[in-house]
Ligand binder design. Structure first.
Ligand code: GLU
Length: 486
C-alpha cells in the first residue's frame, strides 16, 4: 500500500515529563527507519494537555534526542511542508474535522453526565460484562434535539459513532495481523466538553495530514489503533501502516519502572553514560542487526534496520550489558577525544583546571579507560590523585603491614629519586628493584600500589607515578614507609 507513498514516520512526544528510555527507543527506531529508506523523520509535539505541558519538558526531550544523535527533518526548530508541528497550533483543523464529523454523523453529541458513565462502567464491571464502555444512549438523539440542547448551553462531549459489524484488521509489521471487531470498540470521546479534542482523534488527523506512512510506536498504543483507523475511514483518509514495538522490561520481567532503575534518558546522561553506548543499547532493545554483532553505530543500524526483524517479545533492559557496552566505547575512544569529553567531570571533581597540561589529562584518561564504564565514575576512581596524601583502604592497609613493605618503599623512593622520572620502562624498573631486594614481583608491587594510590586495584603503577609526579610520589612512598616501620 505504501509502495507509492514516500516514507514518512514520526515521533510524537507529549511534553509533560522527561524522555523515557522507551520513548527514546521508539524515536530511535523511527529515525532508523526513515534513514534506512531515505524518508522523513517528523517530530510532532502532542501538547494539547495544557495543564501538564511545560517548556522545560519539551526542551529536555529535544536535548535528549540530540544527545543520542537523532536529528529530525521536520518539527520544532525545523520548517516543513506539513506544519505546524505543535498540536496546540493545529486546533482549527481539529475543530473543522469535528464539525465535519457532526455534520456527517460519525460524531455525535453525548450529554450524559460523567457520573452516569462512571456508574454505568462500574455496573458493567460488577456484572463481568465482556465489553466495558458507553451504552450509546445519546447516539439515537435526533439532530434537532442535539442542536437544541447544545444551543441551550447543555454540556456535551463528542463521541465517535463506531460503525456496527465492522472488522478493523491491522497488519502490524511486528505483531502480524491484529483483528478488532467494532463491537469491541466503544463509542469513545473525540472532543471533550471544553472543546479540547482527545489524543486518538488528533493523532489520526495529524498522521493523515502529515502524510505519515508508518506509525512506529510502543505496544501500549495497540488498543488505540482501531479507533484511529476508524477516524481515517470516516474521513476517507489513507491509513498508515503500523508497527507496535514491544515493551521494555526490567530485570524482574515486569515493565521497566523507577523501582528497577533509571527510566529517564536524562538520568543516564547525568551519570555520564557515553551517548554512543546508549544509542547502541537502545538499538538492541528488541532488535539485532544480525545474530552476532553487539557493538554497532548509527550507520550499521541504518543499513540493517528492518521493522520485520523487531522482536514481538518484551525486551529486557539488561544493565550489565549496558555497562559492558559503555566500557567498549570508552576503550575505543582516543585519549584526546576522551579527555575532551571527561573534562567537565574532572573539573567538577577538582582534578583538572585551566593550568592542567593536556598531556596530563590524556595520560589520566588513557590510564583509566580500560576499566571505566561511565564518565561519571572517573572522579571517584581518580580521587586518590588529588592532594598530597592518600588514606589506604583496608586491603591496602594490610599490604602495608607486610614485614618487607618498609624496605620496598624506601628502596623504591631512593631509586625513583635518583633516576629518570617516571622510569621510561616501568616493568623493567620494577623487575630490577625486585631483584635488588631479593623479593618476588608481588611483594614489591602491592606495597607500592598501596602507598601511591591507597588501594590495590586501579590503573598501572607506571601511570600512577607519572600522574602523581616525582614530588608527590616520593612523599607518599616515604610517608607510607615511615608509617609501616613505626
Ligand atoms: N503522545 C503520545 C505518547 O507520547 C504518542 C503516541 C503515538 O505515537 O501515537 O504516548
Amino acid at each position: 500500500m505504501t509502495a507509492d507513498r514516500p516514507i514518512r514516520v514520526r515521533f510524537a512526544p507529549s511534553p509533560t515529563g522527561l524522555l523515557h528510555v522507551g520513548g527514546a527507543r521508539t524515536a530511535l527506531f523511527n529515525w532508523a527507519y526513515a534513514r534506512r529508506h531515505g524518508g522523513a523523520f517528523v517530530l510532532r509535539v502532542e501538547d494539547t494537555d495544557v495543564g501538564r505541558n511545560s517548556a522545560e519538558s519539551l526542551s529536555s526531550i529535544l536535548d535528549s534526542l540530540r544527545w543520542l544523535g537523532l536529528d529530525w527533518d521536520e518539527g520544532p526548530e525545523k520548517d516543513g511542508d506539513f506544519g505546524p508541528y505543535f498540536q496546540s497550533q493545529r486546533l482549527a483543523s481539529y475543530a473543522a474535522a469535528a464539525a465535519a464529523g457532526l455534520e456527517q454523523g460519525w460524531l455525535y453529541r453525548c450529554f450524559c453526565a460523567p457520573e452516569r458513565i462512571a456508574a454505568l462502567k462500574e455496573r458493567q464491571r460488577a456484572d463481568k460484562q465482556a465489553a466495558i464502555g458507553y451504552d450509546r444512549r445519546c447516539r439515537g438523539l435526533s439532530r434537532e434535539e442535539s442542536e437544541r440542547r447544545a444551543a441551550a448551553g447543555e454540556a456535551s462531549v463528542l463521541r465517535f459513532a463506531v460503525p456496527d459489524g465492522q472488522e478493523v484488521v491491522v497488519r502490524d509489521h511486528i505483531r502480524g495481523e491484529v483483528r478488532f471487531r467494532s463491537a469491541e470498540v466503544e463509542d469513545w470521546v473525540a472532543v471533550r466538553s471544553g472543546g479540547m479534542p482527545t489524543y486518538n482523534f488528533v493523532c489520526a488527523l495529524d498522521d493523515a495530514a502529515m502524510r505519515i506512512s508508518h506509525v512506529i510506536r510502543g505496544e501500549e498504543h495497540l488498543a488505540n489503533t482501531p479507533k484511529q483507523v476508524l477516524v481515517c475511514r470516516a474521513l476517507g483518509l489513507p491509513e498508515p501502516e503500523f508497527a507496535h514495538v514491544p515493551l521494555i522490561l526490567g530485570a524482574d520481567g515486569k515493565k521497566l519502572s523507577k523501582r528497577t532503575g533509571d527510566t529517564a534518558l536524562g538520568d543516564y546522561r547525568a551519570k555520564g553514560y557515553p551517548p554512543e553506548a546508549m544509542f547502541n543499547f537502545l538499538g538492541l532493545l528488541g532488535f539485532a542487526i544480525d545474530d552476532k554483532t553487539d557493538v554497532f553505530g548509527p550507520e550499521q543500524l541504518v543499513v540493517a534496520f528492518d521493522l520485520g526483524r523487531i522482536n514481538k517479545a518484551g525486551a529486557i533492559f539488561d544493565v550489565d550489558k549496558l555497562h559492558w557496552l559503555c566500557n567498549e566505547y570508552l576503550r575505543g575512544t582516543e585519549p584526546a577525544e576522551l579527555a575532551r569529553r571527561l573534562r567537565p567531570w574532572l573539573e567538577r571533581a577538582g582534578l583538572v583546571d585551566d593550568d592542567t597540561p593536556a598531556a596530563w589529562t590524556e595520560r589520566l584518561v588513557g590510564a583509566f579507560r580500560e576499566r571505566l564504564r561511565l564518565y561519571g565514575e572517573l572522579p571517584q576512581q581518580a580521587a586518590f590523585l588529588a592532594g598530597e596524601r592518600v588514606e589506604p583502604d583496608a586491603k591496602a592497609g594490610k599490604a602495608l603491614l607486610d614485614g618487607d613493605a618498609p624496605r620496598v618503599l624506601e628502596a623504591a623512593a631512593a631509586a625513583l629519586g635518583a633516576g629518570e622520572f617516571p622510569p621510561p620502562d616501568f616493568d623493567a624498573w620494577a623487575q630490577a628493584l625486585a631483584e635488588q631486594l631479593g623479593l618476588g614481583m608481588g611483594k614489591v608491587m602491592k606495597p607500592l600500589r598501596a602507598a601511591l594510590s591507597g588501594a590495590l586495584g586501579g590503573p598501572p603503577v607506571g601511570d600512577i607515578l607519572a600522574l602523581l609526579g616525582r614530588e608527590r610520589s616520593l612523599a607518599r612512598l616515604r610517608a607510607a614507609a615511615g608509617a609501616a616501620s613505626a
